[in-house]
Design a protein around this ligand. Structure first.
Ligand SMILES: [Mg+2]
Length: 191
């Protein structure tokens, strides 16, 4: 298999997309994988997408767990992905919360979705072309971040939001649908 230089990314929210949302998850034993996540990641990687996690983690700012807890869980997740034949290329988290953050964490931040800061930073760090990248999220704030970053395609995975979001997106009931979309997507047109 030719390993393509990633120029486009599959951005993934974490809670509700990679693992089921349980609220302020921060331990490996709390993780239940969302069906289809590893197939989706393997498919995307074979097609040349970088896999980039972009996750709000206000639990850090709220003092419910630490950045170190998050980093340890991320390390464990990366090993779990590797054991299943796929690699998370980068993981970005935003620990801030404008109202409930403690101390230095109490602030609005460009990284906090619905703001696109993490996507824009990933694009710079990994030389990602946002105009060829997509996102899968489970909240309207994920969709808003994708739209703000100029991604041409965002998917909202059913199960968390109880009403429609504003913005431009495709609702899906499973990650398998996203994988199928990637496979059938027209070839990238290079400038
Ligand atoms: Mg989520």
């Amino acid at each position: 298999m030719t390993h393509l230089q990633p120029t486009r990314a599959l951005f993934l929210d974490r809670d509700g997309v990679i693992n089921h949302e349980v609220g302020y998850l921060h331990k490996a034993e709390q993780v239940r994988w969302v069906s289809g996540i590893f197939d989706l990641c393997r498919t995307a990687q074979e097609l040349g997408y970088a896999l980039v996690v972009v996750t709000n983690q206000a639990g850090i700012g709220r003092g419910l767990y630490t950045q170190s807890d998050f980093d340890q869980l991320t390390f464990w997740m990366q090993q779990e992905f590797a054991a299943r034949g796929t690699t998370l290329d980068a993981v970005y988290c935003c620990p801030y919360h404008p109202e409930h953050g403690l101390g230095e964490y109490k602030r609005e931040h460009e990284d906090r979705k619905p703001n696109p800061g993490m996507l824009l930073r990933a694009a710079r760090d990994l030389s990602i072309d946002l105009r060829q990248s997509i996102l899968v999220g489970d909240r309207c704030s994920d969709i808003a971040a994708a739209n703000a970053a100029g991604l041409p395609q965002a998917f909202l995975l059913a199960g968390t939001e109880t009403a429609a979001c504003s913005g431009t997106y495709t609702p899906v009931n499973s990650l398998d649908t996203v994988a199928q979309w990637l496979v059938s997507r027209p070839a990238v047109v290079t400038a």
